[in-house]
Design a protein around this ligand. Structure first.
Ligand code: NDP
Ligand code: MG
Length: 387
């Protein structure tokens, strides 16, 4: 009998939170998967360790300053820099690419994977927020798929497959509410970086942790959902659910709601995307334990967390607004993490950038990158004023 070939995976951002969770899950089914290429930005020692564990012969260190060939064994092809990353993606044969890079640096790798006819398990939501107007038609033109990894979208994807779109009134995305859900608005001036990084239910990278604290993450996810599922923003709802057990719901025309429940663990959405229905997932996913389970829901406070409100406005306006939202927010979060902006100034900076006119529609990827750099230029000017 012929041995079944393994499913080959490229993991971008393998040293981060999603990358690490993916590798842990894959290790439990290593007879079914092979890791054919890996990338990290700065964590070279960790990258070398993972490459050795998986006998992976292609790696990329996307931050050229951290390039160190000596950490890798003979016969390992070591790519460097952002251009090296694109070359590695295009030159490596694989069934699927997991893009777990954080921030807007993930967009070019997503495009490279699609261009080289590879399916993408897309955790990097920024790719969709920035280039959503053409990413999906581009993928279709290449005959490949974009499979969402974000837990809300992965579960909506499954709910839509199970129920079909015809009877659905709206898509409901849950949000934990972040660490400041119950903090009085008057106390938000005192928020420090450490307080904002301490997420109550999820362990994640720094950027998404801050986004969860401001609810910009949910804003990005609203935009992501509009592009992914082609529902208008008026038919996307956000509900706060602090326990992070219900990841998404669909509201039917007749009023009933169907929900997806699973523990707050990214293993299921990652593996659902990577396995793409080719392997059973029982081995990698813990079943939900009903004992001591309390589920609560509440409306988001859009005054306390204005970035969620602005995301709805940006995706309703379309054009370059989602790019402006993403770029200004990313810039502001970097400055907050560096100690140069206060927590409340993140929203303030984004608002000031959004006050400019971003209505011109974009048509090409070059347009996207040029709007993004214009956004960052303006964000820098606003930042200097806020300082
Ligand atoms: P992390 O910050 O933990 O990891 C980011 C990864 O990307 C690391 O491997 C890092 O390398 C690499 N990286 C950082 N900057 C660059 C760059 N400029 N170019 C190339 N690679 C880079 O992030 P997360 O794993 O938390 O998040 C990854 C993506 O998944 C984000 O888009 C996030 O929004 C999304 N997501 C994350 C969830 C989570 O639970 N963490 C849930 C849902 C979505 P190095 O370690 O060397 O710095
Ligand atoms: Mg999410």
């Amino acid at each position: 009998m012929q041995a079944k070939s393994k499913r080959s995976v490229i993991i971008l951002g393998c040293t981060g939170s999603i990358g690490t969770t993916a590798l842990q899950a894959l290790a439990t089914v290593s007879d079914l998967f092979e890791v054919v290429a890996l990338s990290a930005h700065s964590a070279t020692s960790k990258l070398a360790q993972v490459a050795q564990q998986w006998n992976c012969k292609r790696v990329c260190i996307s931050n050229e300053a951290n390039h160190d060939q000596t950490l890798f064994g003979d016969g390992t092809l070591v790519y460097k820099g952002s251009q090296g990353l694109i070359t590695m993606i295009k030159d490596t044969e694989a069934d699927i690419v997991l893009n777990a890079i954080s921030g807007s640096s993930g967009l070019a790798p997503t495009l490279a994977a699609l261009e080289s006819h590879k399916d993408v398990a897309l955790s990097n939501k920024e790719s969709i927020v920035m280039a959503g107007e053409f990413l999906f038609s581009y993928a279709r033109s290449k005959g490949v798929h974009i499979i969402p990894v974000d837990s809300e979208h992965a579960t909506l994807h499954a709910l839509l497959q199970a129920f079909g779109v015809d009877q659905i009134e709206s898509l409901v995305i849950t949000a934990s509410g972040g660490p400041f859900r119950t903090l009085p608005a008057s106390k938000m001036v005192d928020i420090t970086v450490d307080m904002a990084l301490a997420h109550p239910t999820w362990e994640m990278g720094a950027k998404i942790s801050i986004d969860s604290a401001t609810l910009a993450n949910k804003g990005l996810e609203v935009i992501e959902a509009v592009y992914l599922f082609e529902f208008p923003p008026t038919n996307i709802e956000v509900v706060i659910h602090p326990q992070s057990i219900v990841h998404s719901l669909i509201r039917m025309h007749h009023g009933a709601l169907y929900a997806q429940l699973s523990p707050p663990d990214m293993t299921l959405p990652i593996m659902a995307a990577l396995a793409d229905q080719t392997i059973p997932l029982q081995a990698v996913v813990e079943p939900l334990d009903f004992s001591h389970l309390t589920l609560t829901f509440e409306q988001p406070d859009l005054e306390k967390f204005p970035l969620l409100k602005h995301a709805f406005a940006c995706i309703a306006l379309r054009g370059g607004y989602p790019i402006a939202y993403n770029g200004a927010n990313e810039f502001a979060v970097e400055q907050f993490l560096a100690g140069n902006l206060s927590f409340l100034q993140i929203a303030q900076l984004v608002e000031e950038v959004l006050a400019h006119d971003w209505s011109t529609p974009y048509h090409t990827i070059t347009d996207v990158f040029s709007i993004d750099s214009h956004v960052r230029h303006l964000a820098q000017q606003v930042f200097k004023r806020l300082m």
